[in-house]
Design a protein around this ligand. Structure first.
Ligand SMILES: Cc1cc2nc3c(=O)[nH]c(=O)nc-3n(C[C@H](O)[C@H](O)[C@H](O)COP(=O)(O)O)c2cc1C
Length: 400
C-alpha cells in the first residue's frame, strides 16, 4: 500500500487567517486515504468553525486540554499515541515559538511534546513576520530537532502585503505528508498515464466531450508516485488539480493525446490508458462560429485513432492497462476488449451506477487479466488506485 491509506493524522490548526483552509487540508489528506483528527487552538477557532472541521473530518474536534471526558483517559496522551503524523497547518508564529520552548499550555502544544509521531509544520503569516529574525531562528531550531517545515508560498496576502508567508497549498501539504510513506514497489520504473476527457472541436467555441473528471487517473498517478515510479501524465480536460510531482503534458483532442503518447512511450515500463478518449471527431471543423440560422444541423463524425490498441501493437511495448467503462454485460465486454486490444489487463468500471465511476469520488472495479478476474471493492478512488497498483505489481513486475 502507498499514499496515506490507513494512516492516522492529527491536524493542528492554529491562529492564522489561513485556518479557513483547514477543512480543505482535511479533505486532501482523506483523499489520500488518511483518517484525520483535528486539534484547533483558541486562536484557530477565531478563523474556522469547529463544526466545519468536525463535519469534514467525521471525527470529534479537540480543543480543550481540560476536557473532563477526554482527560478521564488522559486525552492528550491518547491523541499523541494515536497519531502516525502530526501536521500543524497553518502554524502561527505564536505556536511555532511555543514549540521551540517546549511549552505545554494548551492541547496542541501538549500533544506535540507527548507524541513520538513525525511532526510537520506549515507556517502561515504576514511576510514581515515570516522574515523576522526570531522566526528564522525558530524554524532553524525546529528543523534541527527533526521537524519538517512545509515552506510557505510567495504571493498576495490577506493583509494586502505581497511576499513570502502564504500557507502552502492544501494539496501540497497532503502530498508532502504522503511522501513520508513512499514505498519502493515501483522504484526504478517509468509509468505513463493518460487521464481526463478529450475535446473534439466543432467550431472555434464548441466541442464534443464527456463527463470524465480525471479523478481516477490522478489517483493512479498519486499511487504510482508513492510507489516510487517516475510518472508522466498526459492530461486532457479535468476538473481537479494537477499532481505536481509528475511530469505533465497537457493536450486537448484525441489526436493530440495520440501524438503525445507515441512521443513518450519509449522506455516506459507501464502504460495506463485511463483517459476518456472520444471515439469520434467532427469531420470538418468550422473556421467560424456556426450560426443558428437553421432549424436542425448534422455533424458528420469520423473515427479517432485507438491509442491503447496502437500502443499494444508496438514491437517494444510496456505493460499495457486499459479501462473499460461499461453499462451492460460488463465482464463479457471487458474480456472482449482485453482480447481485441491485446492489452495485459483491463480495469472494468460499471458506469451504470452514478455513485461510482465517471466524475464520482468513489469507484468499484474489476481487474481482468487473461487468467483471472479480481474484484476491488467500493472505496475512495485513491484507495482503489493503490489496490490496483499493488495488484499490477504482483501480476506483472513481481509475480510469485
Ligand atoms: C485578524 C488576525 C489575523 C492573524 N493572522 C495571523 C497569521 O496569519 N499568522 C500568524 O502567525 N498569526 C496571525 N495572527 C495572530 C495570532 O492569531 C495570535 O498570535 C494568536 O495568539 C495565535 O494563537 P495560537 O498560536 O495559539 O493559535 C492574526 C491575528 C489576527 C487578529
Amino acid at each position: 500500500m502507498s499514499g496515506l491509506t490507513n494512516k492516522r493524522i492529527v491536524l493542528g490548526v492554529s491562529g492564522s487567517i489561513a485556518a479557513y483552509k483547514a477543512p480543505d487540508i482535511v479533505r486532501r489528506l482523506q483523499d489520500l486515504g488518511a483518517d484525520v483528527r483535528v486539534i484547533v487552538t483558541d486562536g484557530g477557532r477565531e478563523f474556522v468553525s469547529e463544526r466545519s472541521l468536525q463535519t469534514i473530518s467525521k471525527n470529534k474536534v479537540h480543543n480543550n486540554l481540560w476536557d473532563k471526558e477526554a482527560e478521564l483517559s488522559m486525552g492528550h496522551i491518547e491523541i499523541a499515541k494515536w497519531a502516525d503524523v502530526v501536521i500543524i497547518a497553518p502554524a502561527s508564529a505564536n505556536t511555532i515559538a511555543k514549540l521551540c520552548h517546549g511549552r505545554a499550555d494548551d492541547l496542541l502544544s501538549t500533544v506535540i511534546l507527548a507524541t513520538e509521531a513525525k511532526i510537520m509544520i506549515a507556517p502561515a503569516m504576514n511576510q514581515q513576520m515570516f522574515a523576522a529574525s526570531a522566526m528564522k531562528d525558530n524554524l532553524g531550531l525546529l528543523k534541527a530537532r527533526g521537524i519538517d517545515i512545509i515552506n510557505p508560498g510567495f504571493g498576495d496576502q490577506a493583509c494586502g502585503d505581497v511576499g513570502e508567508g502564504r500557507l502552502a497549498e492544501p494539496i501540497d501539504i497532503a502530498s508532502q505528508a504522503a511522501e513520508l510513506f513512499t514505498s519502493s514497489l515501483l522504484s526504478g520504473k517509468k509509468v505513463l498515464i493518460t487521464l481526463g476527457g478529450t475535446r473534439e472541436a466543432i467550431d472555434p467555441v464548441r466541442f464534443i466531450s464527456n463527463h470524465s473528471s480525471g479523478k481516477m487517473g490522478m489517483a493512479l498517478a498519486h499511487a504510482c508516485i508513492q510507489a516510487g515510479a517516475k510518472t508522466t501524465l498526459i492530461v486532457g480536460s479535468i476538473s481537479i488539480e494537477l499532481e505536481k510531482r509528475a511530469e505533465i503534458i497537457q493536450v486537448i483532442s484525441a489526436e493530440e493525446m495520440y501524438q503525445a503518447v507515441m512521443k513518450q512511450i519509449d522506455n516506459q515500463d507501464l502504460f495506463i490508458s485511463c483517459a476518456a478518449v472520444a471515439d469520434f471527431r467532427p469531420k470538418k471543423v468550422s473556421k467560424n462560429k456556426i450560426k443558428k440560422d437553421n432549424q436542425s444541423m448534422t455533424i458528420e463524425l469520423i473515427r479517432n485513432r485507438d491509442i491503447l490498441a496502437s500502443v499494444c501493437q508496438l514491437k517494444k511495448k510496456p505493460i499495457c492497462i486499459g479501462f473499460a467503462a461499461e453499462t451492460e454485460n460488463h465482464i463479457i465486454n471487458a474480456n472482449n476488449k482485453l482480447i481485441k486490444k491485446q492489452c495485459d489487463a483491463i480495469i472494468l468500471n460499471d458506469i451504470s451506477q452514478t455513485e461510482i465511476g465517471l466524475n464520482a469520488d468513489e469507484n468499484e472495479v474489476h481487474l481482468i487479466t487473461k487468467n483471472r478476474t479480481e474484484k476491488i471493492e467500493k472505496n475512495t478512488k485513491q484507495i482503489v488506485a493503490e489496490k490496483i497498483i499493488d495488484k499490477l505489481v504482483n501480476n506483472f513486475f513481481n509475480p510469485s
